[in-house]
Design a protein around this ligand. Structure first.
Ligand code: C5P
Length: 467
């Protein structure tokens, strides 16, 4: 049931009027534990402990993405949320009330006309005894009902009756999402203060590709956590306001000829999460990114490039910045003799590709000079001797911090959702770098944690007395 633990305060989020289209994501420093080598040990606690004890009313409408909501329920329960679910008639065709009840460990509501339900828990109480109402999947039909104020079943009635904030995770075919009716409905809802996460672009259940894919459970979870975070709600101080940050992300694409290229498997997920984290803390953030499927982080200036040369030029044009984080997987080499026409295979001989080294963007930005950022952070993706190689990279590239991670094929880090990293900070007295081991975190949490540490560092360097 929706009970609170003793001493827990009623959360008061709810800037109902705020047009917050894509919720910024939660800063986790105060919530996440990590261990420090050569020093004191901290405890490790899961992502988003801010969710502990929060009461979520989850409305599951009739879309194929309803199966993902089962995973969302599990994730919310793991983090201590009380989850009560309403299944629309369509929702109950995709997932069974029994499964939803088992996962939520709560009664499931689906019938507006059930006398038993009404006597136990009227639909008005149901819609109000929650801290946040989440609609996932939010179908085109339910969004239309919400916009029009219809209340002909339990889901739409609860949504009309609620006085609590609402977060929708739209999910539908891309043509339905793009339709002016749906776009008008979503604009109306957001104008009324409804929050939104997604939809993403990708392959859809109907076999088409486009915008309309429901946000992943991890993204919905992060958006819910952001909702309860005072910083994300805009009620807290923004420690990086007035600072400029530059982040590189994604792969680079190096052409062989007009139709062929060399690239790598970087998803851009980690770099984008860092940009999101920095922007959330108030930094004017410029994200220079190679091609990725990641959505643009809210409030971030995005510059899209393809080659390493273009990435370097875009970074240099963005200077001066206070903070630079190089998370891109820049191709080490490009083809020196790029053909200006498509290479033909019918000439009987193989083309010989001559490679030349790409510029090192991290090392270039780290070079001392009037435009050197106060803090330059690089990444070291290694498959063995992770710390040793990262330490060598820190020195070789003259950056201040390195985020090192093991990207061996068994880790699933490339393209995956989670990351296990170590933060190496160069010592100021020429000694060995300090090493912090972080627990396995979502890439979002790594981005938030890093952004928070960067903010602390910048605040520290601003208050240091001039020597
Ligand atoms: O040398 P390596 O590719 O392992 O270095 C990784 C770090 O250097 C990452 O931070 C990456 O973004 C950056 N890098 C760069 N330009 C390159 C190669 C790597 O900025 N050409």
């Amino acid at each position: 049931m929706f009970s609170r633990t003793p001493g827990q305060t009623q959360s008061e989020p709810r800037n109902h009027k705020r047009r917050d289209t894509q919720l910024a994501l939660v800063a986790a420093t105060s919530y996440l534990g990590f261990t420090v080598r050569h020093g004191k040990k901290g405890s490790t606690v899961p992502d988003f402990p801010i969710l502990d004890g929060k009461r979520i009313l989850l409305v599951i409408a009739g879309g194929i993405a309803a199966y993902k909501s089962l995973d969302l329920i599990r994730r919310l329960r793991e983090r201590g949320c009380e989850v009560r679910c309403v299944l629309s008639e369509g929702g109950a065709r995709f997932v069974t009330p029994l499964t939803v009840a088992a996962l939520s460990e709560n009664k499931v509501y689906h019938d507006l006309w059930s006398l038993t339900d009404e006597s136990e828990m009227g639909h008005i109480r149901l819609s109000r005894e929650a801290d946040l109402v989440v609609v996932a999947p939010a179908t085109a039909d339910l969004l239309a009902k919400m916009a029009a104020g219809l209340a002909d079943d339990l889901a739409s009635t609860a949504l009309l009756a609620t006085d609590k904030p609402v977060l929708v995770a739209p999910a539908m075919n891309s043509a339905m999402w793009a339709h002016p009716a749906t776009q008008t409905n979503i604009a109306v809802l957001m104008g009324r203060g409804v929050h939104r996460v997604g939809p993403n672009t990708g392959s859809l259940a109907c076999g088409e590709t486009g915008a309309g894919r429901m946000a992943e459970p991890s993204e919905i979870l992060a958006a819910i956590a952001a909702f309860f975070d005072p910083l994300a709600r805009g009620d807290g101080p923004l420690p990086l306001r007035g600072h400029r940050a530059l982040v590189t992300s994604g792969p680079t694409v190096e052409p062989i000829d007009p139709v062929r290229y060399i690239t790598n498997r970087s998803s851009g997920r980690q770099g984008h999460a860092i940009a999101r984290g920095l922007a959330r803390l108030g930094a004017h953030t410029i994200l220079v990114t190679g091609p990725t499927a990641e959505p643009d982080p809210p409030g971030v200036q995005v510059i899209r490039i393809e080659t390493a040369d273009q990435m370097l030029a875009a970074c240099q044009a963005s200077l001066p910045v206070d903070i630079a984080v190089c998370a891109a997987a820049v191709a080490d080499w490009r083809v020196r003799n790029m053909a200006d026409h498509k290479l033909k295979k019918d000439r009987g001989e193989m083309p010989i590709l001559e490679l030349t080294e790409n510029p090192d963007i991290l090392a270039t930005l780290s070079k001392a000079g009037p435009h050197r950022p106060k803090l330059v952070v690089g990444f070291a993706a290694e498959t063995q001797h992770v710390i040793e190689h990262a330490q060598a990279k820190l020195t070789r590239k003259s950056c201040d911090w390195i985020i090192a991670n093991d990207v061996g094929p068994s880790t699933g880090i490339f393209g995956g959702e989670r990351n296990t990293v170590h933060l190496l900070r160069a010592s100021t007295d020429g000694g060995p770098a300090s090493v912090e081991d972080w627990p396995s975190l979502s890439k979002t949490s790594v981005g938030e944690r890093l952004a928070t540490l960067i903010a602390e560092h910048i605040a520290g360097s601003n208050t240091k007395a001039p020597s």
